[in-house]
Design a protein around this ligand. Structure first.
Ligand code: CMP
Length: 153
């Protein structure tokens, strides 16, 4: 099933000059970029995005971190995009992430794990609506899809 999901390349990814390499991985897999922007995140947006973690001891540090420098927000579309992207990103704790995943190749610390990816259909819908206006999510055809993807299901 074709899905859309949200990816954030967090401030550590931007500061470590890994943005292009991470976007390349998603593109090369066949996922379609349907939204993309650089965002200087304010605390209100950060707290809404991570609201589910509000009671956790690391919440304050997490909000400090995600607002410390700009991040890249990406909306990706493709077959089973939500689980495909989660698998590509790897385990939340980078020391448990397997090589070949983004965190398994580039990260070591949970607090600086480079990427956020939506973890389910409901979360993806809510997070995409939080980070992108409807006009910022663009429908378009890619000529490569007749080579990379089967007919739409
Ligand atoms: P993310 O996938 O963005 O979702 C929640 C984030 O909270 C997670 O990645 C980590 O960056 C962060 N996080 C989770 N557990 C911890 C922790 N124990 N200490 C600090 N940050 C954490």
């Amino acid at each position: 099933m074709t899905e859309r999901t949200l990816v954030l390349i967090k401030p550590d990814g931007v500061q470590r000059l890994l943005v292009g390499r991470m976007i390349s991985r998603f593109e090369e897999r066949g996922l379609k970029i349907v939204g993309l922007k650089l965002v200087a995140v304010d605390r209100a947006l950060a707290e809404r995005h991570y609201a589910v973690h509000r009671a956790k001891p690391f919440f304050g540090g997490l909000v400090d971190f995600i607002t410390s420098s700009p991040l890249i927000a990406i909306a990706l579309e493709g077959p089973s995009a939500i689980s495909v992207v989660r698998t590509m990103v790897g385990a939340t704790r980078p020391h448990e992430a397997v090589p070949g995943t983004i965190r398994g190749d580039f990260a070591l610390e949970t607090a600086q794990n480079l990427v956020h990816a939506s973890d389910g259909a409901e979360t993806a819908a809510a997070e995409l609506a939080l980070w992108f206006s409807p006009a910022e999510l663009v429908d378009y055809e890619r000529d490569i899809d007749r080579w990379a993807l089967a007919a739409a299901d």
